[in-house]
Write a protein that binds this ligand. Sequence first.
Ligand code: GLY
Length: 257
Amino acid sequence: MLYAITRSPAANMANCLLTHMEREPINDARAREQHDAYRSLLAELGAEVMNLPASEEHPDAVFVEDNAFVTPEFAIIAPMGADNRRGEQDVVHDALAQFREIVVRLEDAARLEGGDIFMAGREIFVGLSTRSDERGLRALAEVAERHDYRVTAVHVTGCLHLSTGASCVAEGTILLNPDWVDARRFQHYRCIETPQDEPWAANALRIGELLVLPAECPKTADMLRAEGFIVHTTPISEFAKAEAGLTCMSIVFESGA
Ligand code: GLY
């Protein structure tokens, strides 16, 4: 069984953190419509969607991916790297505890966000970014290596999280923007680069053999279709203004190992 945890956007999402972007007005009604469409697509693709209530104290809490990282064997609750996002994770912890016997809260002194983590087979890539540091990486590695995962650091520059600039789109294949992530760390994978004019397109959500891309990145969607991928798209323009991508809006996982 496939599950997806999502969280409704807060009324004050416009007060979100921005690191590499200028603030632009966010259309709240459109954001809600886009979130509804996103959840509907996840359900159509076979996920049981658990939508958590918005947190009005945390304008970025809709980006639920940052709060946790889930493998078949365990879940990690991220300590978060942005101080004013700390506290978002409590409800996500409670939701994940229904699905994993091992749910580990990493020490508060570590800095790590789920958007800086993705898995490709038994390898877990961790972005060293403005939000995640070596201490966070080591804390994650301590848990992951006990379950036979290899953890690899990737330097991230120019974008917020590792997942903004790279994602695993199939067994052994990484979609990436080499301007934002250190592509040398993926040299043992087949790498597909995003078109120069769609730098945000590397953030693809993989659901089994299917991919979901932002509707705002049509060139990348067509490029991947031409390679044989089945690609769905959904609009996320209002969330992109909050410096977030498609994967940030959910935690997708199978029922436990
Ligand atoms: N606005 C997304 C973040 O900064 O975490």
